[in-house]
Design a protein around this ligand. Structure first.
Ligand code: OXD
Ligand code: MN
Length: 584
């Protein structure tokens, strides 16, 4: 591997601080994978699973205090506090470098330091970016080789340039009191210490492809988003590409791998990405998207042949499972699995478990890591260096009440406002209370690498760059009735919503103009074979004016945090909504 001088120099600087016993540059080869797996099994980081049923699959059990992203320990270390904004934790770069250097110092003594060159995006694509991550975790290396294009391919793309994201990671003692995930957007650098959890430790993912990349995107005129990408093929063979932003653990992977219901004959969904999209304006004035990742790091509980058959097929081989339950026959199990609860198993911590234990067998945020290429619905376009042209953007979130099943923004500016006011009930993907409603603009609350108000400004400005921007929609599959039952079946049935979205993009699809946007008329959604009652559908599409008026107040409170930085376009949309809600 030809390693350029600036990469070499940075790695020796890091090694001088962390003092590992040896330094191994990863090339991404099969032989290297075999070596790493063997070593990880030897030290107990991985447990081989039943190789007949789950070929080349392994189980990893993380430390019990290290099972989700720790947002309260995640910092944006811009020089000015105001540049991180009121929704990010901030630490001055000098202080962060100083505090973390003390923790990194000698942290790899007696251990191997792996150097992972990685490429985000397809080789040779103008979208793509190179990073180099240093880590002392073999589990991290094995994940990175699926989640990114790792090794020689990245160094080739880098060539002699010193323009790469510098990612330093050490597990250290996994002590939460010494855990920090620090981002230095102005230095294109990430330092993460004290956690081995995916979102904290696979620096390519949230840290680089969202927090650092969002900052790069603003400087360079593109967008880095927490979005899935799908191609929806209609019976006449036309494919419409759609991006969807949803908070963590709100079904992005399921939507990305959707299988149409039997009643929607001839429709097909092609998967391009399930978590992150990088969007650039093409020469045709449209937004084009690429998935910078090469694998899926998906939430396991709830995944079954009913909810996501494509994911089930994807994770049958070459998969790393993290924090699921282990059955006596060496296969895995989780809540929501096809099989009933096993009479005996080991839970995610490795303790004996029975259905009477009264605790989940798998951690609610247990994960699978699998290569995207293994997904039966993967699109032939998923590695196209040009990306795919996006016709629609969905903003979705988990709201039991108020927010209708789907509605369309009046314009790009109004769509940006819909994204900016997105709110969702929290999930197990991050530590903290589950089920609490919080504002999560563009599903980027934990992932925006700079001041959120300026990020909205950047979104608004995209309209000047893109003459044919995508249409924007708000969706909510999570509405419940007063007994707490879901009103909408979700999963494959969500295709009915996508169908209406596609019709709207083409100038069709019936809709009623309401104060919040264009809502489908009762007959606009394809109901062939759908079991939802007419009353439930009416409720799903109802615009509760009084509820929205109350909601306005909470939007205003949220926007106040941004003071003068709030862009005029967002303020205008807020005022326009207030006016429309007041009018008869
Ligand atoms: C993820 C997350 O892992 O959003 O994708 O937490
Ligand atoms: Mn995510």
């Amino acid at each position: 591997m030809a390693i350029n001088e600036s990469a070499r120099r940075w790695v020796s600087d890091v090694a001088r601080t962390c003092r590992p016993a040896d330094v191994v540059w990863c090339d991404g080869s099969e032989a290297e994978r075999e070596r790493l797996l063997e070593a990880a099994v030897r030290v107990g980081d991985l447990i081989p699973l039943n190789q007949r049923e789950l070929r080349s699959c392994y189980l990893h059990r993380s430390a019990v205090n290290d099972v989700a992203r720790t947002e309260h320990l995640t910092f944006i270390c811009s020089r000015e506090k105001g540049d991180a904004g009121p929704t990010n934790n901030w630490m001055a770069p000098v202080e962060a470098y100083d505090r973390l250097t003390k923790i990194f110092a000698g942290s790899m003594e007696g251990r191997t330091m792996y150097v992972i060159p990685f490429l985000m995006g397809p080789p040779g694509s103008p979208f793509s970016k190179v990073g180099i991550q240093v880590t002392d975790s073999d589990y991290v290396v094995l994940n990175m080789r699926m989640m990114t294009r790792m090794g020689t391919v990245a160094l080739e793309q880098l060539g002699g340039s010193d323009s790469f994201t510098r990612g330093l990671h050490a597990k250290a003692d996994l002590n939460v009191d010494r855990r920090f995930i620090c981002h230095f957007p102005e230095d294109n650098t990430i330092w993460s210490v004290g956690s081995g959890y995916g979102g904290n430790a696979l620096l390519s993912k949230k840290c680089m492809a969202l927090r650092i990349a969002s900052h790069m995107g603003r400087r360079e005129g593109w967008l880095a988003e927490h979005m899935l990408i799908v191609g929806v093929e209609s019976p006449d063979g036309e494919i419409t590409y759609i991006c969807g932003a949803f908070p963590s653990a709100c079904g992005k992977t399921n939507l990305a791998m959707l299988i149409p219901p039997a009643s929607l004959k001839g429709w097909r969904v092609h998967t391009l990405g399930d978590d992150i999209a990088w969007l650039r304006v093409g020469p045709d004035g449209r937004l084009w998207a690429v998935n910078p990742e090469a694998g899926f790091f998906g939430v396991v509980p709830g995944t079954s042949s009913k909810t996501n058959p494509n994911a089930m097929a994807t994770i049958r081989k070459n998969t790393l499972y993290t924090n699921v339950a282990l059955r006596p026959d060496g296969t895995v199990w989780w809540e929501g699995h096809d099989d009933p609860p096993p009479p005996h198993a080991r839970d995610w911590r490795g303790r004996p478990w029975t259905p009477a234990s009264g605790e989940p067998a798998a951690h609610p945020n247990s994960r699978f890591t699998a290569p995207a290429s293994a997904c039966p619905s993967i699109s032939p376009e998923w590695q196209n260096p040009k990306g795919v042209p996006i016709s629609a953007i969905l903003f979705g979130a988990r709201r039991q009440t108020l927010v209708p099943l789907v509605y369309q923004a009046f314009s790009w500016q109004h769509g940006t406002f819909l994204g900016a006011t997105l709110s969702s009930e929290t999930t197990a993907a991050t530590t903290g209370a589950v089920g609490v409603v919080r504002r999560d603009p563009m599903a980027m609350l934990p992932f925006c690498g700079y001041n959120m108000a300026e990020y909205w400004g950047h979104w608004l400005a995209m309209e000047k760059r893109a003459s044919k921007p995508p249409k924007i929609f708000r969706v909510n599959w999570f509405r419940r009735d007063e007994k707490g039952k879901f009103l909408w079946p979700g999963y494959g049935e969500n295709l009915r919503i996508l169908k209406w979205v596609i019709e709207r993009c083409k100038g069709g699809g019936e809709a009623e103009k309401t104060p919040i946007g264009y809502v489908p008329t009762k007959s606009a959604l394809d109901r062939k074979g759908l079991t939802v009652s007419a009353d439930a559908l009416k409720e799903l599409l109802r615009v509760d004016r009084e509820g929205w008026r109350v909601n306005l107040r909470s939007q205003a409170e949220f926007f106040e945090k941004f003071g003068d930085r709030l862009p005029a376009g967002i303020r205008e949309e807020y005022e326009a909504l207030a006016r429309r809600l007041k009018a008869k």
